[in-house]
Ligand binder design. Structure first.
Ligand SMILES: NC(=O)c1ccc[n+]([C@@H]2O[C@H](COP(=O)([O-])OP(=O)(O)OC[C@H]3O[C@@H](n4cnc5c(N)ncnc54)[C@H](O)[C@@H]3O)[C@@H](O)[C@H]2O)c1
Length: 361
C-alpha cells in the first residue's frame, strides 16, 4: 500500500541530545499530577527496574494512594527539584496546565513524557516544542494507544499488505461520562487517540476532515463527535467518539480489498475477517461480484500493559537507543492541530483541508 513514509515514524526526527551519562545508568524519574492516569505512571515508575522513583508532585496529595513512601509525595515542582538529581518527569496534570509545568521542568533541564493531548491548543503545543528545543531536553507524548499490542500487530499486518489496498479505517470510542475532565471536550480529550490512530496505523497524514459534534451534558465543551475524511494515501477514515454511552467500546477496524482487521483495545484482541469466494447459486446474484465472509482468525497476542511499553520506549529514547519508538512532540502538535480542524469543521459545517503542520520536520 501507498504510505507517506516518515510522517509517523516515531524516532526519525529527534534532534535533541542524549546525555552520555544516562545511557547505562538507572534513571531518576518523577510524576507530576497524581490523578486518574498519574497514579498508573507512579505505579509503573516504582516497579521499574530501569528507574529510581524520585517522587510525585500533586498539591491535592495522593488521592489514590499510589505512592508507597509517603515522604515522596510533594506539593510543588520546586520541592521536587530541590531534592537532587532528576532525569525525567511524567507530566500528568490537567491538559490546560501542561504548558506551565513543561516550562518549569524544561528550565531545570528535565526531559518529559507529557500526557496526551500535548496541550489544550495548538499555540500551547507549539510553545511546548519551542520550550523543549530551547532547553535541549527530550520530550514525548503519551498517546498510549500506539503501545497497545493489538494495534501494534494490526499496524504491522496492514503495512505488510495483509488486507491489500486500504479502503477505510474506522474507530469507535464510547463510554460513560468522566466527570473529572473539565478543561477540554471529547474531541481533544478522547478523539485525539483516534485522530492519531487513523494516521499512524497506515502511516499517512489526514488530508481532509468533516465533522459534527453534539453538546449533550450542558457543559461548555462537546460530548460527542462524528468525523470522517480522507488520508493523503487516498484511503477514507471515520471516527465515532462520545462519553455519554452506558457501555464502553474501543474498536478499530481497517477494511481493505482482501478483508478486515479489527482490534478491540479493551480486551487486547485482534481479528482478521478474510474475504471468501462466493459460490453463486442464485442466478440474479451472478451479476454481483461482492465479497463474502471467509476464514476468521483471532491472533494470540501478548497481553502486555500498553503504559509499561510506552514507558520503556521513552526510557529507550532517554538512553539513546536508535530504535526508540515514541510519539514525538512534533506529532503531538499535528494531532492537536487536527483536533482543532475537527472542531472548526463542526462549527462551520465545512469540509476542511489540513495544511502541512508548521511543526512537521
Ligand atoms: N493516556 C491516556 O489514556 C490518558 C488517560 C487519562 C488522562 N490522560 C491525560 O492525563 C492528564 C491528566 O488527566 P487525569 O484524567 O489524570 O486528570 P485528573 O484530574 O484525574 O488528575 C490530574 C491531577 O493533577 C493534579 N494537579 C493539578 N495541578 C497540578 C500542578 N500544578 N502540579 C501537580 N499536580 C497538579 C490534580 O490535583 C489532579 O490530582 C490529561 O492531560 C489527560 O488528557 C491520558
Amino acid at each position: 500500500m501507498q504510505t507517506d513514509a516518515g510522517t509517523w515514524n516515531g524516532s526519525s526526527s529527534l534532534p535533541r541530545r542524549v546525555a552520555s551519562d544516562l545511557r547505562n545508568s538507572s534513571l531518576r524519574g518523577a510524576v507530576i499530577g497524581l490523578g486518574m492516569i498519574g497514579r498508573h505512571h507512579a505505579r509503573l515508575l516504582q516497579s521499574s527496574e530501569r528507574v529510581t522513583f524520585a517522587g510525585a508532585v500533586d498539591p491535592g496529595g495522593d488521592r489514590y494512594r499510589a505512592v508507597h513512601d509517603r515522604a515522596l509525595v510533594l506539593e510543588s515542582v520546586e520541592e521536587l527539584l530541590a531534592r537532587g538529581r532528576l532525569d525525567f518527569a511524567v507530566v500528568a496534570v490537567p491538559t490546560d496546565l501542561h504548558l506551565p509545568v513543561v516550562e518549569q521542568l524544561a528550565a531545570a533541564g528535565i526531559s518529559m513524557l507529557i500526557e496526551k493531548p500535548l496541550a489544550a491548543s495548538s499555540e500551547q503545543a507549539l510553545r511546548i516544542v519551542e520550550v523543549c528545543d530551547a532547553a535541549n531536553v527530550q520530550g514525548a507524548v503519551g498517546h498510549v494507544e500506539r503501545f497497545n499490542p493489538a494495534l501494534q500487530e494490526l499496524r504491522r499486518r496492514l503495512l505488510a499488505g495483509q488486507v491489500g489496498r486500504l479502503f477505510t479505517t474506522s474507530t469507535v470510542r464510547s463510554g460513560p461520562f468522566p466527570a473529572r475532565i473539565q478543561d477540554v471536550g471529547v474531541v481533544k480529550d478522547l478523539a485525539t487517540h483516534d485522530i492519531d490512530l487513523v494516521s499512524w496505523l497506515s502511516d499517512s497524514a489526514i488530508a481532509t476532515v468533516a465533522a459534527q459534534t453534539q453538546h449533550l451534558s450542558g457543559r461548555e465543551h462537546e460530548d460527542l463527535v462524528l468525523a470522517l475524511g480522507a488520508l493523503r494515501s487516498g484511503a477514507a477514515f471515520n471516527i465515532v467518539v462520545d462519553w455519554v454511552s452506558p457501555t464502553k467500546v474501543r474498536r478499530t477496524r481497517v477494511l481493505g480489498e482482501r478483508g478486515l482487521l479489527e482490534a478491540d483495545t479493551l480486551t487486547g484482541d485482534l481479528y482478521f475477517y478474510e474475504n471468501g469466494e462466493v459460490g453463486v447459486v442464485w442466478s440474479a446474484a451472478q451479476q454481483f461480484r461482492g465479497v463474502s465472509e471467509g476464514d476468521v482468525t483471532r491472533y494470540a497476542l501478548p497481553r502486555e500493559e500498553p503504559l509499561r511499553i510506552e514507558h520503556d520506549c521513552f526510557l529507550d529514547l532517554l538512553q539513546g537507543h536508535p530504535s526508540a519508538e515514541v510519539v514525538t512532540l512534533e506529532q503531538g502538535v499535528q494531532i492537536v492541530e487536527a483536533a482543532e480542524a475537527v472542531l472548526e469543521s463542526a462549527r462551520s459545517g465545512r469540509t476542511l483541508t489540513l495544511a502541512p503542520s508548521a511543526a512537521r520536520s
